[in-house]
Design a protein around this ligand. Structure first.
Ligand SMILES: Cc1cc2nc3c(=O)[nH]c(=O)nc-3n(C[C@H](O)[C@H](O)[C@H](O)COP(=O)(O)OP(=O)(O)OC[C@H]3O[C@@H](n4cnc5c(N)ncnc54)[C@H](O)[C@@H]3O)c2cc1C
Length: 381
């Protein structure tokens, strides 16, 4: 897109200030695309670092060992017909922040205690961030023209009928800046459904975007618990490094994080994902408030016990900790054709995996679409 923009339009874009809320892959891709085209971009992220559901978690074991876990998305794929997304992935590969993860995957059946299928040649390539899944967002947030503000949750988006119309405030009520355009890259910023998760009304008042409001009212999500495990010795009875589980009420997936490129192999680290039904059953009892250590320990025990029932685990881990993803996967896609929601009159784009498909590829496509809307409008001003 940068190559097709004339110097006059580029000058016009350089006077434009856009706030991108959220540093997950959709927000980070959008911000980087805007900045490459000369727009002045500020990313606001409520978390301590970039990545969202492509985060990497740092833990310390009892004996002081540093352990890193990709406890959100373990990997991603991009289909060949999405050439824009594929071009980005190749660019990230050339910069060393993405690598192909060339391990064999398959599935395991709890009913028969057997491996059922092994991945076929020709299946989509599996990509990972290097050295962690968050490396891609980290690099995008550090690009020239992108200013990143971490630990800065946006609590209010106000539209003022003034030359620079958007006013953003953080959770302390402090004004964090005025902007010509806004990109909201998380459901909780725009959908009232997430008030129960965040404990606050959404930052965007839906009365401002009445045409989009009906799509934003109800975005169902599936939760998931991730169990991070570290073993001193390899789990040698598992021939695969990524496996989906059949016929388990508790576990849906497991992967060996320490076999990804660029990871430490000091220990063997596995991550298990729960089924959405199991996560929902826990949330039905606990609600969505912060979980106590006691509850998280109970969940760790239940998930690990199920893993042991497979007969695949011969030793005990020296580290074991559960994490809750209250909104792991959107259960619907609200803008499959357009790839993002767009209010031209307010220069407001809404993007994220919930627009296209519940995965990294969908989030990348949505972030690119949001950037494209803002660039098209601004270059027509
Ligand atoms: C356990 C798990 C397993 C997964 N497995 C896979 C997989 O195998 N393959 C795959 O492709 N995908 C997988 N996914 C899905 C993938 O991670 C997501 O589709 C993708 O990362 C979504 O990116 P996003 O930018 O849309 O949203 P997010 O990553 O959720 O980013 C949104 C960001 O906005 C921030 N934010 C929210 N509100 C505010 C606010 N008010 N102010 C400032 N910042 C705010 C959040 O902190 C977050 O960082 C998995 C996800 C999980 C949780």
């Amino acid at each position: 897109m940068a190559a097709t923009i004339s110097p006059a339009i580029r000058k016009q874009l350089s006077s434009m200030k856009v706030a991108v809320i959220g540093s997950g892959i959709s927000g980070a891709v959008c911000a980087s695309t805007l900045a490459k085209n000369g727009v002045s971009v500020t990313i606001f992220e409520s978390g301590r670092g970039p990545g969202g559901r492509m985060s990497q978690r740092r833990e310390i074991s009892e004996d002081g060992k540093e352990l890193m876990f990709d406890h959100g998305a373990p990997f991603f794929s991009v289909s060949n017909n999405n050439s824009d997304a594929m071009a980005l992935v190749h660019d990230w590969e050339s910069k060393g922040i993405v690598s192909e993860w060339k391990q064999v995957f398959g599935s395991f059946d709890f009913a028969s205690n057997k491996f059922l299928s092994i991945q076929q040649e020709g299946d989509a390539k599996k990509y990972v961030g290097v050295p962690g899944m968050n490396s891609i967002c980290k690099a995008l947030c550090n690009e020239s023209g992108v200013k990143s503000m971490f630990g800065s949750g946006i609590a209010k988006l106000e539209w003022l009928e003034e030359e620079i119309p958007w006013l953003l405030s953080d959770s302390k009520g402090e004004n964090v800046g005025r902007f010509d355009g806004v990109v909201a890259s998380d459901k909780s910023i725009v959908s009232p459904r997430f008030t129960q998760v965040t404990g606050r009304p959404p930052p965007l008042d839906l009365n401002l975007v009445t045409e989009l409001a009906s799509k934003l009212q109800h975005i169902p999500v599936l939760p998931c618990f991730a169990l991070m495990l570290a073993f001193k010795e390899p789990l040698s009875s598992i021939p695969l490094k990524g496996l989906s589980f059949k016929n388990s009420e508790i576990l849906s997936w497991a992967h060996c994080d320490s076999t990804k490129p660029g990871r430490s192999t000091d220990s063997e680290r596995w991550i298990l994902h729960s089924t959405p039904d199991y996560a929902n059953s826990v949330i039905a009892k606990t609600g969505l408030q912060k979980l106590s250590n006691e509850t998280l320990n109970k969940i760790s025990e239940e998930m690990f016990k199920e893993f042991q029932c497979s007969g695949l685990v011969s030793s005990l881990p020296f580290f074991k900790k559960a994490h809750r993803w209250g909104s792991a996967f959107p259960a619907t896609s609200i803008a499959v054709e357009e790839r993002c929601l767009w209010d031209r009159s307010r220069n407001l784009a809404i993007c994220g995996d919930f627009c296209v498909s519940p995965n990294v590829e969908g989030a990348i496509l949505s972030g690119l679409a949001a950037a494209s809307k803002l660039l098209q409008t601004s270059s027509c001003l």
